[in-house]
Write a protein that binds this ligand. Structure first.
Ligand SMILES: *Cc1c(COP(=O)(O)O)cnc(C)c1O
Ligand SMILES: [Zn+2]
Length: 445
């Protein structure tokens, strides 16, 4: 084992440490969530220059498991797993796309999109699931009895869990809300051999079910209340900094549902600051769908109260969550960043995604929420020309072809499709084809 150390601890500061190999998701004293805490003094024994050099020499290379950008930061993520038990598909190292044309058009020329959809199963969820499944493999190797790993999901967690469990030879069980995930998201766990349970309820209903099943049957719970996932996801921030030569961008916009990812991204920056890699923090902004916006409502009252809501059906299906598990973590983080929460309507998110697609992207609807929030903040003057802005794109747009097709067919509820573009159907006759194309060209761009 490495000399570095990490353990679970209560986010509200109750005393007591728990091993990462213990099956525990909540503080036994106050029932709040746990977080992974690292022995920072040990990590500080290496200078930031040495860490940077180490991370750079590993980044996207082939020495197992460090070519993965999650495991390339293993000491800061999860030192408690032996390399032979790591289950990895080369996570991270995702494209930081300079959205030059879009940025110029909307008045934020230094705009970057972090394409987390460029991960093995097409979303950022792989960054956390690799850590969780590796830990489970370690626990099984150490003799613990774990029959299966389960999660409730709005589609991407289940895809990721199913793939990583299949790689490790561990049974996955996924609970999906019936008819509420895309075809691509449904087919992934089926193809990877997960026991896929389609429940006649919403995500929040699936979440209650999976917690009960796991607590009673030696089944390990993989939802993001399991803070091992946060450790992997926080590498989004570390990798971002690495890609920007360790310079802090001004603004980060993150779509939020269960609120694990915004917590993770914040945690990554805080850790980088504590270790001396950076000395300032970005402005952190959480973007919610207007019809699934409990954090936004809480933000409006200064986070003094939090009420869960009934999340209505939004095109941004992965963030259709009214009772987010990681609310306390997210609020704690946003307070430390003096962060903001903003929301986007169905019309705003769909048109923002489509507008950006016109500049060569292919956005999932959640990224659309973040892009719509970007446009709002520019309009209000809170983001301007000189700001370096990063939009966290959470999934690959190809997973949400249903959404894009319905947009272009003007079939999305509450959306006026300003950028609809449908095939031009023509007979295969040269004159007609030529005349139509020439006429269309006069109206384009
Ligand atoms: C899971 C997910 C989110 C939301 O992340 P949380 O951690 O639940 O806030 C956003 N977009 C996509 C594509 C996701 O899969
Ligand atoms: Zn506690």
């Amino acid at each position: 084992m490495m000399k570095y150390r990490a353990w679970f601890q209560c986010i509200k500061g109750c005393s007591g440490k728990h091993e990462l190999s213990e099956i525990i998701y909540r503080c036994p004293k106050c029932n709040n969530l746990l977080e992974v805490v690292h022995d920072m003094e040990l990590l500080k024994q290496r200078s930031t220059a040495e860490w940077k050099e180490l991370f750079d020499t590993r980044y996207k290379r082939s020495s197992w498991p460090y070519g993965s950008s999650v495991w390339g930061k293993k000491e800061l993520v999860c030192p408690n797993v032996e390399n032979e038990n790591i289950v990895s598909a080369y996570e991270g190292g995702s494209n930081l796309f300079w959205a030059e044309r879009l940025g110029r058009e909307v008045g934020a020329p230094d705009l970057w999109i972090k394409q987390c959809g460029n991960n093995h199963t097409g979303s950022f969820k792989d960054l956390g699931i690799t850590v969780l499944v590796s830990m489970v493999k370690q626990m099984i190797a150490d003799g613990q009895k774990i029959n299966a790993v389960a999660c409730a999901s709005t589609g991407d967690t289940s895809a990721s869990l199913a793939a990583y469990c299949a790689m490790a030879g561990i049974q996955a069980i996924v609970f999906l809300p019936k008819h509420k995930v895309s075809n691509a998201q449904l087919i992934q766990p089926l193809a990877n051999g997960a026991l896929t349970v389609s429940l006649e309820t919403d995500f929040d209903g699936c979440m209650k079910m999976v917690q009960k099943i796991c607590s009673e049957n030696n089944i390990y719970l993989a939802n993001s209340m399991n803070s091992l996932r946060i450790e992997g996801q926080k590498t989004i921030s570390i990798e971002l900094l690495q890609q920007f030569d360790w310079k802090v961008p001004d603004v980060i916009i993150v779509p939020g549902g269960n609120l694990g990812n915004i917590s993770a991204i914040g945690k990554g920056f805080l850790m980088m600051r504590e270790l001396g890699f950076i000395d300032s923090l970005p402005n952190l902004i959480c973007a919610q769908a207007q019809i699934a916006n409990p954090l936004y409502l809480s933000y409006l009252n200064g986070f003094n109260e939090f009420h869960s809501v009934k999340a209505e059906k939004t095109a941004a299906s992965a963030i259709q969550i009214g009772d987010p598990v990681s609310r306390d973590k997210a609020i704690k983080i946003l307070k430390q960043f003096n962060g903001k929460v903003e929301q986007a309507s169905e019309d705003e998110l769909a048109n923002a995604a489509a507008k950006a697609d016109r500049t060569g992207l292919l956005n999932c609807p959640h990224t659309g929420v973040a892009l719509a929030v970007l446009l709002k903040l520019i309009k209000r003057g809170e983001i301007s020309q000189e700001h370096k802005v990063v939009v966290i794109s959470t999934a690959n747009g190809l997973k949400f072809a249903d959404f894009q097709l319905r947009y272009h067919e003007s079939r999305l509820p509450d959306v006026t499709s300003h950028y609809a573009n449908l095939p031009v159907e023509l007979p295969a006759e040269y004159e007609i084809v030529k005349n139509t194309i020439l006429e269309k060209l006069e109206h384009s761009f």
